[in-house]
Design a protein around this ligand. Structure first.
Ligand code: FAD
Ligand code: 8R5
Length: 457
């Protein structure tokens, strides 16, 4: 590589972390971001939106030296708190103990921390620069300053990295140059965000150290804690049918739905009607691309390359993992005398099967969360899963743990989860409890079908 220079489009979660990792390795990095500098006016939306951070994301933050700072403001979520009408909420632990948990973090705070880190590491930020179009023959990128709608043309002589999220403008520009084989699959469900404020004493209104789920079959509500003792509530609902976004239109309709279906949550959400009426529903879908790159000139990562539905809480975690892998591959290519195109190709080859796997597992987890968590079958399998893990800790690792607490490739987690599910379904067929289980046949199946599993170093 002649010059170690790159241009990043988008200073969101992936863009700002990637800028840090690359600057630390001696790359010269320019970052172009649509929004203004959040240190000047704060983030556009004042609402607290939180994200679940898991081991893959934490590992990436550790590589950037910022894990401790982020974790200081994170709220522990040790399991799912399942709310069924007429029953006391039930905690289903995510792991064996609190060392296996996920963490709720503020998107705006996290983004700010990462941005500052990148700047300290030497990245140059250009705010109010919304990528509009790219001329890959003349090496010009056109940006728009949304404050005055003025175009700004920038000549670039570096590869472009698309970290500009699900609606990526770089992706659109690359697609015009050479089709990427893009396909979006909408889920047919959307979501609305609401808020549970602190209670009268200023405390968390419900159990803080859990991810709350109100499963209702074809739809569900969830709530994640924020460190200022609020919860962000998300209602996921189909677009059609009943109830759906076509029958629940106004805030008043939503209030009636909550009174009927989420009676324990309704009194906790005082601004339900106002928030419902003021916020548009969010769309949900999966983005598939055959190609993520234009030779050595441009590469997409994070949501720009593989946006997914949110139900495994892995979008950010996966985007962060992308950043670490790409930084490693760029360095490896450089050290072995290869060019950026080589690193981009290696990234695409290695990462596409993993992105596809987590996209599929995220879709599958919606059904589990909304419909299966209170089902007798499912609870029996969870019990069996824990028993098998205790009997074969190096081979049988529960699905959720492989995705959330380990850093093995997502594609391997998916493959092993499918094998494990087969083993468990066969073993529990016709059983209402674990009493009559044939443990020796089960142990033999585990030894035969599952090799010893080692986590990434
Ligand atoms: P983003 O973080 O979206 O960053 C894109 C950046 O590019 C932004 O700064 C944007 O302003 C900028 N940009 C966009 N267009 C342009 C342009 N034309 N020119 C210049 N800049 C541009 N993931 C989890 O792991 N756990 C969770 O619990 C979780 N919860 C979520 C909750 C919500 C409500 C949503 C919407 C997503 C959630 N996700 C979660 C997914 C996660 O937010 C994304 O996967 C992650 O942000 C992807 O990072 P990114 O950098 O690719 O994109
Ligand atoms: N994203 C999450 C999980 C898995 C929880 C479990 C699920 C909201 C738009 Cl829906 C969802 C999870 O299996 O018990 N971990 O983290 C985050 C989730 O939704 C986020 C908050 C969300 C996009 C709206």
């Amino acid at each position: 590589m002649s010059e170690r220079k790159l241009t990043i489009i988008g200073a969101g979660l992936a863009g700002s972390l990637l800028a840090t990792l690359l600057c630390r390795r001696g790359w010269q990095v320019d970052v172009y971001e649509r929004r203004g500098d959040p240190r000047i006016k704060g983030y556009e939306s004042g609402r607290s939106i939180n994200l679940a951070l898991a081991e893959r994301g934490r590992h990436a933050l550790r590589q950037a030296g910022v894990e401790d700072e982020v974790m200081r403001q994170a709220v522990l979520m040790r399991g799912r708190m399942v709310h069924i009408d007429g029953q006391a909420p039930m905690l289903q632990r995510y792991g064996r103990d609190d060392s296996e948990a996920i963490w709720s973090v503020h998107r705006a705070d996290l983004n700010l921390t990462l941005l500052q880190l990148a700047e300290q590491a030497g990245a140059r930020f250009h705010f109010h620069r919304r990528l509009h179009t790219v001329d890959f023959s003349a090496n010009y990128a056109r940006f728009i300053d949304d404050r005055d709608d003025q175009p700004v043309d920038v000549h670039f002589d570096t590869p472009l990295l698309g970290c500009d999220g699900a609606g990526s403008a770089l992706r659109a520009a690359m697609n015009r140059w050479a089709p990427l084989g893009e396909r979006s699959e909408f889920l047919g469900h959307s979501y609305k965000e609401l808020e549970i404020p602190p209670d009268a004493r200023g405390d968390f209104a419900i159990e803080p150290n859990a991810l709350h789920i109100w499963p209702r079959g074809h739809y569900m509500c969830i709530a994640l804690p924020n460190d200022e003792k609020t919860f962000t509530v998300t209602l996921f609902l189909p677009n059609e049918g009943d109830p759906s976004f076509s029958t629940v239109k106004s805030g008043a309709d939503a209030q009636a739905l909550f009174a009927r279906e989420f009676a324990d949550a309704l009194p906790l959400i005082p601004n339900l009607v106002r928030d419902w009426d003021n916020r548009p529903p969010g769309l949900l879908g999966t983005l598939y691309l055959d190609r993520w790159r234009l030779d050595g000139r441009a590469l997409l990562i994070g949501d720009a390359a593989h946006a997914m539905v949110p139900f495994h809480g892995q979008g950010m975690n996966c985007a962060f993992e992308d950043c670490v892998l790409l930084a490693d591959l760029l360095d490896a290519a450089d050290e072995s005398g290869h060019d950026v195109a080589h690193a981009f190709a290696a990234f695409e080859r290695q990462r596409q099967p993993d992105a596809y796997a987590i996209q599929q597992m995220a879709l599958e987890n919606y059904v589990e969360m909304r419909d299966r968590v209170d089902d007798a079958d499912f609870l029996l399998q969870r019990e069996l899963e824990a028993k098998l893990q205790a009997r074969h800790p190096t081979r049988f690792v529960p699905h959720y743990a492989m995705v959330t607490f380990m850093r093995i490739p997502y594609s391997l987690a998916w493959q092993r989860s499918n094998l494990q599910r087969e083993i468990m379904v066969t073993a529990t067929r016709g059983h209402a409890s674990l009493d009559g289980i044939d443990w020796s046949a089960l142990d033999a199946a585990v030894l035969e079908k599952l090799s010893v599993l080692q986590d990434a170093p």
